[in-house]
Design a protein around this ligand. Sequence first.
Ligand code: KIV
Ligand code: ZN
Length: 440
Amino acid sequence: IQKYRAFPAVDLKDRTWPDRVIDHSPIWCSVDLRDGNQALPQPMSIEEKLEFFELLCRVGFKQIEIGFPSAADTEFNFCRRLIEENRIPEDVTIQILVQTREHLIRRSFEAINGAKRAIVHIYNSTSPLQRRVTFGDASREEIRDLAIEGTKLVKELVPTVPDTEIVLQYSPESFSDTELDFALECCNEVIEIWQPTPEKKMVINLPDTVQWTTPNIHADMIEWMGRHLNRRDSIDISLHTHNDRGTGTAATELGLMAGADRVEGTLFGNGERTGNLDIINVALNMNSHGIETGLDFSNINELRAVYERVTRMTVGERHPYAGELVFTAFSGSHQDAIKKGLDRRNRELKEQDDLAWGVPYLTIDPQDIGRSYEAIIRINSQSGKGGVAWVLEREHGLELPKTMHPQVGKRIYDMADEQGRELNIDEIREAFYQYFVNVD
Ligand code: KIV
Ligand code: ZN
């Protein structure tokens, strides 16, 4: 392990994020059609991108990165179709990505011409590793100049798209692996050229392109940038975390506590390597703390179905909120507690209709995202006696006297054990009739 580097702490002893809670929603930007799409073994077709774009609009995204139009004809044509066929809702802003290279920036402006509003997202990589390896030992000055020249060119091209309101977004790609003073220098150069105002802000996106460090260090880096960036009140600080260390959600939540204003991510975490931040996680985590996010995940099964069809990816069974098994309890003690929790809640709701959610083992009400209680309890050899009684009562209207629960429960688990599998609700009813009611 000596071959790996240790990451230094940020000199920020009086950090504010440990005392913060997230109390309001950030601006959300979906990068499904760009970062998500570029990581697919088989990228989406234009028709699939159109369908996904409409889905993202229905969910409530107001900023959507639609692609990298200067990189490929499909990307360019997709952008043109959105604009020429008037498919972009009034309140939605498209965002396009482009490296800080002259011909690519010029081509990007051809792609967005005629859109009502567009975020032009320019980036260049800044970390020492990228400077050395990818750019062949480029100096800091050379890298900084890419940011400067790119920004100047975007500014120069704005009048060429007179019907389009342009917002600039700059990313020092590989930010979380870049010396802070250098990331700051690049960002401040861009800011001073662009001259944003509180009325006409720009976006400084600070990508965790590859996660090298822990969420707390990432959060400190975000807070440090927030304290040092020029014209802070004219800037939306944006997070763009990936998930290499499995901490995309944690890094985003701490980054928000550290003062970020905006979050980029994808549905179900699609994206390069281990993926981008799963926006659904962060948004539903906020919902479960009573925060309105403006994003509608009330039919998560539909989102999942469209996502799986157009990306040809799958959502894992344990995936937070969306996975097949995440509202399912197999162990008896969990089943029992859930049943008590649901029963008690139903009783208490009669007295108090704004009762806060509080059912053991269920962090949210599955119905809030269009999932049902029916899937919560399944019976296998690990189940408790309460689970079987609950299924018989809830699914089949059979209210057993408590004294029968142990005997019935044991018979059903023995059967599940013998068969080495989960029993479905019809098999449970049949077994009950067979062993306890003696009906032929
Ligand atoms: O991960 C990343 O750094 C990116 C940038 C291009 C923003 O996707
Ligand atoms: Zn990315």
